[in-house]
Write a protein that binds this ligand. Structure first.
Ligand SMILES: [Zn+2]
Length: 373
């Protein structure tokens, strides 16, 4: 009878034992495996088919406080998609996002999306609350925008329609590079803004190449747009490591830019940590030209009432891939400059408009802190 007294302790020990945590990992791995099996059945492909792209937010999404990375192994072991073959992309999401899996066949242009119902029994029959199959070829989507807009409204891919269709269509393009896909994994979609960052990085690397291990790029991101997520991935220029400072420009700040700097896309500095000096470029990105080459009107980008917002972005995503290796098509140098440690500190500080600091814009008289050092 005495053992009864130890029963609650025994249960507690079991509940926190590594064995039980392992079992939860096994459930998660099995979940990834089951998602892959459903997709293999619906898309009719065999393990190891390199026409298949698998994407998931497993590893980022959490369920009931548990991390989900084991599901990635389940996907990979079942369908044969791997990181090394660049056909397994782990797409960044918040821990609060639902767990999902997505499989795309670039031969048939069909895709299957599966969303996990986190309140269901994860080992049970009804674990996927959405299993949907769609034709996602960009040509088809662009030619049938009203039909596809209905699918956006119906959230056929659980609200991830733009994210998944843009990444999948760019992945299947022959000019796509893995570093662009890596940037897309952080940004969790591909848009002309992210591609502009990729092109700016290529332009800067060509015009201010890193020549010694003491040099690295620093970005004064001003104004801020989607491009910033490319520099973090490609150059490891992260805010936390003081590689990237994100600064907004107010409408008045933008209006104050002279005509030659209206396309301003930030400051890019090749910094030498040994000499504490750097060479910089104020870059421009010619959106008018880029949109014109795709036959897109600027207003289309802001037209969220119809299909135009995603249609314009998807069309430009694919058009830009065609000239992504020639950044000078749309990237320009607005100004070259040199900086020392004091300059860099000033440019990084709150309240300092970098375009005023570089004398591109005249300092507002009321703000003495913005005067040139
Ligand atoms: Zn974006």
């Amino acid at each position: 009878m005495k053992i009864k007294g130890y029963l609650p302790i025994l249960i507690l020990v079991l509940a926190v034992s590594p064995g039980l945590v392992m079992a939860e990992g096994d459930v998660m791995k099995e979940l990834g495996s089951r998602a892959a099996a459903v997709a293999m059945n619906q898309l009719d492909f065999d393990k190891g088919d390199e026409n298949i792209l698998a994407m998931t937010d497993a590893g980022y999404a959490m369920i009931g406080g548990q991390t989900t990375e084991a599901a990635v192994d389940g996907v990979s072991e079942t369908c044969g998609c791997t990181i090394g073959k660049a056909n397994l992309l782990m797409v960044h999401r918040s821990k609060f996002s639902p767990l999902w899996f997505f499989f795309y066949d670039k031969e048939s242009d069909e895709a299957v999306y599966l969303r996990v119902n986190e309140s269901a029994d994860l080992a049970g029959e009804d674990v996927f609350s959405i299993v949907s199959k769609e034709m996602i070829d960009a040509g088809y989507m662009l030619e049938n925008p009203k039909e596809w807009n209905g699918k956006f409204d119906a959230e056929v891919f659980g609200g991830n329609e733009f994210s998944l269709t843009t990444i999948a269509n760019v992945w299947s393009h022959p000019n796509t590079t893995y570093d662009l896909l890596q940037a897309a994994m952080l940004h969790n979609h591909i848009c002309p803004g992210l591609t502009s960052g990729y092109m700016i990085s290529k332009y800067v690397e060509g015009n201010l190449p890193l020549e010694t291990s003491s040099q690295s790029y620093k970005v004064i991101a001003c104004p801020v747009w989607c491009k910033e997520d490319a520099f973090q991935v490609i150059w490891d220029a992260t805010p936390g490591k003081r590689g990237l400072y994100a600064k907004g420009l107010t409408g008045d700040n933008k209006a104050a830019l002279p005509d030659y700097a209206k396309n301003a896309a930030g400051l890019y500095i090749r910094w030498n940590k040994t000499t504490n000096t750097g060479d910089g470029l104020v870059m421009g990105f010619n959106w008018t030209k880029a949109q014109g080459m795709s036959g897109i009107k600027p207003a289309d980008f802001k037209n969220f009432a119809t299909y135009k917002w995603w249609w314009a972005r998807l069309k430009m995503d694919l058009d830009m891939i065609d000239y992504i290796g020639n950044p000078e098509t749309v990237c320009t140098t607005i100004m070259e400059f040199q900086v020392d440690n004091n300059d860099l500190t000033q440019l990084q500080e709150a309240g300092v408009n970098p375009y005023v600091y570089l004398d591109i814009v005249e300092a507002p008289r009321c703000l003495g802190v913005m005067t040139q050092a």
